[in-house]
Write a protein that binds this ligand. Structure first.
Ligand code: ADP
Length: 484
């Protein structure tokens, strides 16, 4: 079975969040199931640089959404990679979605419509020698792909089923109605059954409406998005298509994230050799300007946003320091939240260390040296950093929502007695609930044998791709069979 997986980022090429990790991990996860996944990404400068000059052009378009474009073939690790080289759309300094100041590009609708149109052409058989049995679209950036396949397929091309995966319902790719005539869709697509959404064009909505199956990245989130609070305007569509909605938990790439072999750690360790962790703790303290001590060290590796509850956390820091804990934070995001953490670091020198920025090696080191990782998210489709925390014995302290609820077992008396606890959960994201969760964690940390048990349970929990890869493969097979 050959699958074309279409995403706007993939770790190793370009990454702003969890989507990149998942897109990069799927090919290996599915290879184990007998599925060959070809990843298709836009040709941002960083991607073209990684691809190198030798990349072969395997197809071209004179005008893809108005822009000349070429299709380049390469490798993502051991797996096939296709890159859309359209300089007018993707050859820009800045991030994948906006300029260096973080402002979204005005023509994002055109950039990602072009990615989807190109994917639909490839799936239809436009590029000689490339054939696929199914397409897998990730997030709003690939959302128009099911729409093109259904409503404007390549003339004379083959028709393949599609899967639309929602990695985060908060990002829907919503654009004004004026862009519709430029998309190359038939007038009939302008309808509630097509790409229209609340008077504009909804890229994610289009994908959810027209894909053969919708998946999201945890079972709990798949249920939550049926409600107004989490569905963010698309809950009606989720309900209407609920027999087509599946929750499949993300796994982690155990090659990238393995404390026994991670090159970014000061000391490698494993469940049987936990004592070596302390060298990583010392390295984190040194990197973040924290005092050296054996008290509890919380870490945060996150976008600094409302979704992640970082505004609430910034208000709990005096309490955290007051009970003898320290915090090492790595992240970027909202200016106000960044400033609040900066101010806390100034108030509590040596106790709160803040690094504003994106730093992959430091993220690994912090998982290997922190005692507990905080994720007070208001919503969390899956969340990966708690999974990395589990694997590294950095005990996750999380809100009970989405994938966090599905992957962390709260250290309540019953779970402790049964020896199955892996972390700490809080019910709601409020100042008091978070302060209480931090206090509970510090108390647990104080009981050394118990803490060690918690760490070991966490490290033994299996969140590799095995089961989830099998679930995707089963879904693909079902859709291909249905289509006959
Ligand atoms: P989201 O995609 O919502 O941001 P996830 O938990 O799914 O959240 O994925 C976040 C990914 O980004 C993880 O791999 C995490 O380690 C990484 N990450 C987040 N912030 C940073 C940062 N400042 N530096 C390095 N890695 C980061």
């Amino acid at each position: 079975m050959r699958v074309l997986s279409v995403a706007s980022e993939a770790a190793g090429l370009v990454k702003t969040g969890g989507l990149a990790d998942v897109a990069a991990a799927l090919p290996a996860a599915l290879a184990a199931q007998g599925v060959e996944v070809t990843t298709f990404v836009p040709g941002y400068p960083a991607v073209l640089a990684r691809l190198g000059k030798k990349a072969k052009a395997v197809h071209s378009w004179d005008a893809l959404l108005g822009a000349p474009a070429r299709l380049l073939a390469g490798k993502l690790g051991a797996h096939p990679l296709l890159v859309l080289d359209a300089p007018a759309l993707f050859n820009r300094e800045g991030g994948p979605y906006g300029d260096a100041s973080g402002r979204d590009w005005d023509d994002n609708w055109r950039r990602f419509a072009a990615l989807a149109r190109a994917a639909a052409d490839i799936a239809g058989g436009a590029a000689k020698g490339l054939a696929f049995d199914l397409v897998h679209a990730h997030d709003w950036q690939a959302g128009l792909l099911p729409a093109y396949l259904r409503l404007a397929p390549l003339a004379g091309g083959c028709i393949v089923p599609s899967v639309m995966t929602i990695h985060n319902m908060a990002f829907q790719g919503y654009f004004p109605a004026e862009v519709f005539p430029e998309l190359g869709l038939p007038p009939s697509a302008w309808s509630v059954d097509g790409v229209e959404s609340y008077g504009g064009v909804g890229f994610l909505k289009a994908g959810m409406q027209l894909a053969d199956a919708i998946t999201t990245v945890s079972p709990t989130y798949a249920g939550e998005i049926r409600s107004v609070e989490f569905g963010m305007g698309l809950e009606g569509l989720v309900l209407a298509r609920s027999n087509r909605v599946h929750g499949i938990l993300n796994g982690i790439d155990t090659m990238e994230w393995n404390p026994a072999s991670d090159p970014h750690l000061a000391a490698n360790f494993s469940v049987g050799k936990l004592a070596a962790r302390v060298r990583n703790k010392r390295a984190v303290e040194a990197a973040l300007g924290l005092t050296r001590d054996d008290g509890p060290l919380f870490v945060v590796i996150s976008r600094l946003t409302w979704q992640k509850g970082m505004d609430v956390l910034s208000g709990v820091l005096d309490h955290l320091v007051g009970i003898g804990a320290r915090l090492a934070l790595l992240g970027t995001g909202d200016a106000e939240i960044e400033a609040a953490f900066g101010a806390a670091a100034t108030r509590h020198p040596g106790r709160i260390g803040v690094r504003i920025g994106y730093h992959e090696p430091l993220a690994h080191l912090m998982q290997g040296g922190g005692d507990a990782i905080l994720l007070p998210s208001r919503f969390e489709p899956c969340g990966l950093t708690q999974l990395y925390g589990l694997a590294y014995g950095c005990v996750p302290v999380v809100s009970r929502t989405g994938g966090l609820a599905d992957t962390v077992i709260d250290a309540n008396p019953a779970a402790l007695a049964a020896g199955v606890a892996t972390g700490v959960q809080m019910n709601a994201v409020s100042h008091n609930a978070l302060a209480l969760a931090v206090s509970r964690t510090v108390q647990l940390y104080g009981d050394k044998p118990q803490w060690k048990r918690l760490q070991k349970n966490a490290m033994k929990a299996d969140f590799s791709w095995g089961a989830s890869g099998a679930a995707y493969a089963a879904l693909y097979r079902q859709l291909i069979e249905e289509q006959g």
